[in-house]
Ligand binder design. Structure first.
Ligand code: FES
Ligand code: FES
Length: 163
């Protein structure tokens, strides 16, 4: 089937099987490799992108449901990697192996768009669909607070003292 939607602001039409997941379309058809394949069953969050501004697991969204969608991937967050979250990620040296991090940043960006001053509880709840086998959760939380320009609410537990 042919389906037209926007990717990173650009109108795009692909001709793919109706059940092909968005993740495959992004990586294999459109060559946008920043979005990662982890589990393929909506359990890990590595494939998170924004669809109509909502953090969405692209491994479970078929082409048949994409018509007219507005998709933003990590490549489209900013033209130059200068998003406040990306800067905070560098400042806190968040990634370890890095594999989960594009998905983490996309979930965090959707959170900040909705809630510019999230609490620790907001962050934990928004990020709990994004797993990190390397265990970078503490730095992720601190970086989200930095990007939001907030002081952390529970002190040392979230590694914020180096801000
Ligand atoms: S690859 Fe989509 S949630 Fe794991
Ligand atoms: S940094 Fe390795 S899986 Fe998260």
């Amino acid at each position: 089937m042919k389906v037209s939607f926007k990717v990173n602001g650009k109108p795009t039409t692909v001709d793919v099987a109706a059940d092909m997941p968005l993740l495959w379309i992004l990586r294999d058809v459109l060559d946008l490799k920043g979005t990662k394949f982890g589990c393929g069953i909506a359990q890990c969050g590595a494939c998170t992108v924004h669809v109509k501004g909502v953090a969405t697991k692209s491994c479970q969204l078929p082409a048949s449901r994409l018509a007219g969608a507005d998709v933003v991937t990590i490549e489209g967050l900013t033209p130059d990697g200068g998003h406040a979250l990306q800067q905070a990620w560098i400042q806190h040296d968040v990634p370890q192996c890095g594999y989960c991090q594009a998905g983490q940043i996309m979930s965090a960006a959707a959170l900040l768009a909705k809630k510019p001053r999230p609490t620790d509880a907001d962050i934990d709840s928004a990020m709990n669909g994004n797993l990190c086998r390397c265990g970078t959760y503490t730095r992720i939380r601190a970086a989200i607070h930095t990007a939001a320009g907030t002081a952390t609410t529970d002190g040392a537990a979230n590694g914020s003292r180096d801000e």
